[in-house]
Design a protein around this ligand. Sequence first.
Ligand code: NDP
Ligand code: OXD
Length: 309
Amino acid sequence: MALIFKTDIERGGAWRAAFAKQLPDVELRLWPEVGAAEEIEYAVVWQPPAGFLASLPKLKAVFSIGAGIDHLLADPELPRGVPIIRMVEPGLTVGMTQFVTMACLMLHRSMILYRNQQSARHWEEISQEPPENRRIGILGLGHLGGEAAKALRGFGFPVSGWSRSRKQIEGVASYAGEAELPEFLSRSNILVSLLPLTPQTENMIDAKLLAGLPEGASFVSAGRGLQVVEEDLLDALDSGRLSGAILDVFREEPLPKESRFWDHPKVIVLPHVASMTNPATAVGSIVENIRRIQRGAAPLHQVDLEKGY
Ligand code: NDP
Ligand code: OXD
């Protein structure tokens, strides 16, 4: 029995060490050293080449190294009968909670304006809003969005979230479905996107959606770049409807050199680093699922291909 993992070269050693400790009974193979394909039962992958998973005849489960699984659905030969498991692990969750908290605090405390003032050697105090006046709305109140919402609530921000199904998170207002989106948007001074990429969420953050936010709202993009109509976002920033944006994901990554986001005075650009899976903590989640599959139980966090996440 073998497990193949495909990750970036720098973290390959950390993955191998963590697997070796917790899965001594499984042979580990680091892609592209595939070996005998018929011996591989588990694949732990990020952006596998199209057709690779289909070439493994005994595959029992595919583990995505990232929370998003759009990199797998992009493979036209993805074996549909094999369970796909998205990444839910403590390190990724903590990292995203840190990122969303940091981004919201930066916007709340006018850090983009202060950065610009510093570049111009300009000394001026900007008035501070109390947190209770800054309402934060999270698009995607799932695993990551829910934890971020709890952390933000701890700073005294009124927090709400939007998802397909209603959630019960203490102190967090839950809005569900298309019909409740306008009300959710109208109370979001800072809008955070943590949605998965699906046909329903692609191009969803457009001029119409942004027009539903309060005047001067700001935006944090950490879901997927294809959810955002970038020209509409730039128009909203240029016209002053939006006061700032912290963007971690883009339609095209790496962000092309000619993109206007790079030197937009209201924007902070990050290279898709909001959070990263930590091999030391992620291996525990993967091993737990392998053991479940081995004893015939359903794996946790299996992707529903109908829903697309
Ligand atoms: P989950 O599946 O736990 O949560 C997704 C949430 O989005 C759920 O609340 C779901 O609603 C909601 N949702 C999905 N589709 C719709 C829709 N059409 N309308 C309304 N709500 C919808 O995922 P995670 O929280 O684990 O991850 C979310 C995303 O974050 C990932 O898919 C990935 O794209 C992104 N990500 C980005 C990272 C980065 O570094 N930038 C790192 C990690 C993740 P419901 O609960 O009702 O199903
Ligand atoms: C992602 C991740 O899905 O890094 O972007 O987990």
